[in-house]
Design a binder for this molecule. Structure first.
Ligand code: ACO
Length: 325
């Protein structure tokens, strides 16, 4: 008994951009992208698909699955680094859009770890108030934050949103078992957003060059692998569980080479890892909840299964979560 996920939802932009489409924009190739990252396609938002709109649709889908009304929500937390405005928050837009009149709402800026940090907040809030119903969302439109002339970064990311409704359950064998989150701000310059705009009304593929993601790819790679490996190992130590107890791992879908390295170093069976990075690229804070919703709707897990999430992103931020479904 404890904090549980009552329902999941996701929402993806309609437009697909393939590696072949990218060949028309920058000097790259499908072969380079696939072998370096495992990515084949990503979704790119268009008009009417702002971050909060994708987030609100993911939220509606999660609420419907949970059988929870928007008016029952006490709190909305959105992990995002690409809201169309910095103030108001994406979460406040979502709150208005879905009519969650009794909820307070705010964003978490933790890049790709945003959804896991949000789950942690929800868990602690629900432990303090067992009646609370909390909506945690990861939502991004990173296509609006990329330099589309920079082949080092623009090939990696995609847009989308995923959501989970959390509450308290008396059922045995269902709970968030533990989390192990960390940050290291001293390494901020390995991955950051330069000159983020305060307002970005329309999603667009073109970028004025003013606000872009800057990344030291190789350094990020090294830190990502080590941080996720250490975080998971530390979480096992904290909880007394091990790889053999995990039924399904849903990692941040960063890129296949990073994930392969983490899996290899942990000696984790790949058949127990949910992967969809090939279809959506790296959707930052949205990647875990989109993957969670897909695996849930495809019935990849059953009651009582142990799920492992892990993430790494700009900040630097990283962490892992174990929950009994
Ligand atoms: N197409 C073709 N060539 C390219 C491309 C591209 N899209 N991008 C870079 N290259 C070239 C480089 O210019 C370089 O050419 P050079 O040798 O003539 O200078 C060559 O390919 C090799 O470049 P490297 O940077 O050494 O390539 P590497 O093998 O390290 O792969 C990559 C680059 C995929 C970015 C890798 O470093 C990586 O995965 N880093 C992690 C980045 C990441 O996933 N960030 C996401 C955010 S953090 C997170 O979510 C975990």
């Amino acid at each position: 008994m404890g904090t549980v996920i009552l329902g999941t939802g996701s929402s993806l932009p309609k437009k697909t951009m393939s590696n072949f489409d990218l060949e028309q924009i920058v000097d790259t190739s499908d072969e380079w992208i696939r072998t370096r990252t495992g990515i084949e396609n990503r979704r790119i938002g268009g008009k009417g698909e702002k971050t909060y709109q994708l987030a609100a649709q993911a939220a509606r889908n999660a609420l419907q699955m949970a059988g929870v009304e928007a008016s029952e929500l006490d709190l909305i937390v959105v992990g995002t680094i690409s809201s169309h405005m910095i103030m108001p928050s994406c979460a406040c837009y979502v709150q208005a859009e879905i009519g969650a009149d009794n909820a307070f709402a705010y964003d978490v800026n933790a890049a790709c770890s945003g959804f896991l940090y949000g789950l942690d907040i929800a868990d602690k809030q629900i432990r303090a108030d067992r009646q609370a119903k909390i909506l945690v969302i990861g939502a991004e439109t990173l296509s609006t934050r990329l330099n589309w002339q920079d082949r080092n970064t623009c090939i990696l990311f995609g847009d989308g949103a995923g959501a989970a409704v959390l509450g308290y359950s008396e059922e045995e064998q269902r709970e968030i078992i533990g989390t192990n989150h960390q940050s290291d701000g001293s390494l901020w310059d390995l991955l950051y957003m330069h000159n983020a705009p305060s307002m970005n009304p329309d999603l667009r593929v073109e970028n004025d060059g003013d606000s872009v993601i800057v990344m030291e790819g190789r350094e990020v790679f090294k830190h990502a692998v080590k941080a996720m490996e250490d975080s998971i190992t530390g979480l096992f130590e904290k909880t007394g569980l091990g790889i053999e107890d995990v039924d399904l791992m849903i990692p941040h879908q960063a890129n296949m080479r990073i994930l392969n390295k983490v899996i290899e170093r942990l000696n984790f069976p790949i058949e127990k890892v949910f992967l969809n990075v090939k279809n959506y690229g790296n959707t930052s804070a949205a990647s875990i909840p989109i993957a969670l919703d897909e695996s849930n709707r495809d019935e990849k897990m059953k009651r009582g299964d142990v799920l492992l999430f892990c993430a790494f992103g700009g900040g630097l931020t990283w962490g892992s979560t174990l929950l009994r479904w």
